[in-house]
Design a protein around this ligand. Structure first.
Ligand SMILES: [Zn+2]
Length: 61
């Protein structure tokens, strides 16, 4: 039984060979200093759909 991975954008659960990693860049605030900075993280998205692009757009201004 292969493990299913949930897409970080659309929530679909799919086997890992149908997923691909995508880097998201977003504005964040430092928990200690309170200063704003640009942060990034890598999520997994559907390889055959524009989920990564849509999620990045959702994180911009
Ligand atoms: Zn997806």
């Amino acid at each position: 039984m292969s493990e299913l991975i949930r897409c970080a954008h659309c929530g679909a659960e799919r086997p890992s060979n149908e997923m691909k990693p995508g880097k998201i860049i977003f504005r964040d605030r430092h928990p200690v200093s309170g200063k704003a900075f640009v942060n990034s993280k890598t999520n997994l998205y559907c390889a055959d759909k524009p989920c990564h692009t849509h999620d990045q757009m959702a994180h911009e201004g």
